[in-house]
Design a protein around this ligand. Structure first.
Ligand code: ACO
Length: 330
């Protein structure tokens, strides 16, 4: 069985910065409320770039930094909850944009855990010999599914994309990885796809049934998600340490999904883990869902924070409910 390592990372965020103060000019909120409840100061929002556009830019950033030719990529997986289309997949559009003509391409729907899920799948392809070089992307334009009149959700999220190139290797880079799901929490964080209402209202009128109504914005039970998040981060950290036979002293950094600073603080206190071990950049980007972990990983790499041999524990959680984590040796 082959091993897998991350050979390059990349990211891209849209130019437009939306600060808490700017948001408070259009909805009933304020910088103090958002910062104290979430840690978020600003986020990026896309004006005219769709998910495949920002995914392509993150992918090119990673490709430029690697010595890999696009034709060598045999797999592209995009984790996203905000694809451009139902079909084709965002991954197929990225393939066309970058010219990776030899890749098999598909998307993964696992909300904020999408990047970890995609890395896990890419690892399996590489370990079994079905692929040698994989491009894994987490990309979201959440601004298009947010209800900008709902201050309980719209202040939390941002747009962005992060990418990693995975390659088969003699030495292990990905030391442990796992994912999990619990569909019984389907309603806690949800965004409907095409409403039955659009086509089916005419059908229901024909059939003399009640009109079917639902919205297509992201909805969230914030407190339930908070409880789920702190429980599952703790479980994931313990599980990954057990799988890799490491302990917390062996871990140099933790990259949690960048949802909310209070979630991270809570876990740090509960597990008695030094707060400085957690890399946090949600103050600048908000919650970018599937993109948050690869954006953070690339930022750490770009800032020179990661040394060869460092062990990084990544942990994601999100709608579905879904979760997952990995320990990576840099
Ligand atoms: N600005 C000002 N006031 C607000 C805002 C806002 N943006 N949003 C809500 N409020 C008000 C509410 O209307 C309510 O007012 P009321 O008491 O007069 O009715 C009050 O603040 C408290 O509202 P709650 O929703 O109960 O706020 P809570 O303290 O639970 O904080 C939060 C909300 C921050 C979302 C919290 O539940 C949380 O941290 N949840 C975790 C979920 C999370 O981070 N999700 C991210 C996405 S999920 C993921 O990535 C997996």
């Amino acid at each position: 069985m082959r091993e897998v390592k991350i050979v390059a990372t990349g990211s891209y965020v849209p130019e437009k910065i939306l600060t808490n103060d700017k948001l408070s000019e259009v909805i009933d909120t304020n910088d103090e409320w958002i910062k104290s409840r979430t840690g978020i100061s600003k986020r990026r929002v896309s004006i005219n770039e769709n998910t495949s556009d920002i995914a392509t830019k993150a992918a090119m950033d990673a490709i430029y930094k690697s010595d890999i030719k696009v034709e060598d990529l045999d797999l592209i997986i995009v984790g996203t909850a905000t694809p451009d289309c139902y079909t084709p997949s965002t991954a197929c559009i990225v393939q066309k944009n970058i010219g990776a003509v030899n890749a098999t391409c598909f998307d993964i729907s696992a909300a904020c855990s999408g990047f970890i899920y995609a890395v896990n799948i890419a690892c399996e392809f590489i370990k079994t010999g079905s692929a040698k070089k994989a491009l894994v992307i987490g990309a979201e334009v959440l601004s298009k599914i947010l209800d900008w009149n709902d201050r309980g959700t719209c202040v939390l999220f941002g747009d962005g994309a992060g990418a990693a190139i995975l390659s088969s290797s003699d030495k292990s880079g990905i030391m442990a990885i796992y994912t999990g799901s619990d569909g019984s929490g389907e309603n806690l964080l949800k965004c409907n796809a095409a409403s039955l209402g659009i086509n089916n209202n005419s059908l229901s009128i024909m059939l003399n049934k009640d009109k079917y109504e639902e919205n297509n914005f992201l909805t969230m039970e914030g407190r339930e998600i908070f409880k789920f998040a702190v429980r599952i981060i703790e479980e994931s950290i313990k599980k990954l340490l057990e799988m890799s036979k490491l302990n917390m002293d062996d871990i140099d950094y933790i990259i949690p999904h960048q949802a909310n600073l209070r979630i991270i603080d809570f876990v740090s206190r509960k597990l008695n883990i030094d707060k400085n071990k957690f890399f946090v950049n949600l103050q600048d980007y908000g919650n970018t869902s599937a993109a948050s972990i690869p954006i953070a990983l690339n930022e750490m790499s770009r800032k020179g924070l990661l040394k060869k041999g460092d062990r990084i524990l990544m942990v994601g959680f999100g709608g579905g409910l879904t979760w997952g984590g990995a320990i990576v040796k840099w």
